[in-house]
Design a protein around this ligand. Structure first.
Ligand code: NI
Length: 198
């Protein structure tokens, strides 16, 4: 009987540890019924093949957008960059976080195009592109809506898309999202508790 009670306390303790480690990244963004995420293999802005499994020991901070975006995407990527810079200025080692930008406009966002776009942001931000089918697959897994919107009278177009930053834990589990309402300080604060100072 004593052994049973002891075993129960171990279960309770393990559950509490689990709850505690999740607390810092609790999702207070828009409610999602089932977790986004899944495998991807895409091409980086430096021409390398990149898979989610390359970051199995890191936290992925993933943003879906496109480089021709006139407003939200550059702002959100800047916000992501500022959060990392802020953590670094506070003395944190941010290498456990891998910032990632996945284009939802593979037609225009070629490797070359992304290569010229990425230097505007944090130096560790990786830009990813792929075939339209590869991009559709990863967007579906992350439940990200996007669609082409033609601009009447021009041969140009915009992309309608959701603007979320997904936080995926080591091993790829979904932890939370940041929306356009979150500030760099909010992102930095959420990560501060899991990073170590240099
Ligand atoms: Ni955009």
């Amino acid at each position: 009987m004593k052994m049973v009670r002891f075993a129960l306390w171990i279960v309770v303790a393990l559950v509490l540890v689990g709850v505690g480690s999740r607390f810092f990244l609790q999702n207070d963004g828009p409610a999602l019924t089932s977790g986004p995420g899944g495998n991807f293999t895409l091409t980086s802005h430096t021409g390398e093949v990149v898979s989610n499994t390359d970051f199995d020991n890191q936290y992925m901070l993933i943003y879906f957008g496109y480089s021709f975006c006139p407003d939200v995407c550059p702002l959100d990527l800047q916000k992501m960059s500022v959060a990392l810079y802020q953590l670094e200025e506070e003395g944190y080692d941010t290498t456990p976080i891998q910032p990632i930008f996945i284009t939802i406009d593979p037609e225009r966002d070629t490797v070359e195009e992304l290569a010229s776009f990425m230097p505007d942001f944090h130096p560790r931000l990786i830009g990813l592109t792929g075939t339209p089918a590869e991009i559709a697959d990863v967007a579906r897994k992350y439940k990200v809506y996007y669609a082409k919107r033609e601009q009447p009278g021009t041969d140009s177009y915009l992309m309608d898309h959701q603007a979320y930053q997904f936080v995926m834990g080591p091993g790829g589990e979904f932890l939370r999202i940041f929306s356009s309402r979150d500030k760099p300080q909010d992102i930095a604060a959420a990560f501060g508790s899991i990073l170590e100072k240099r």
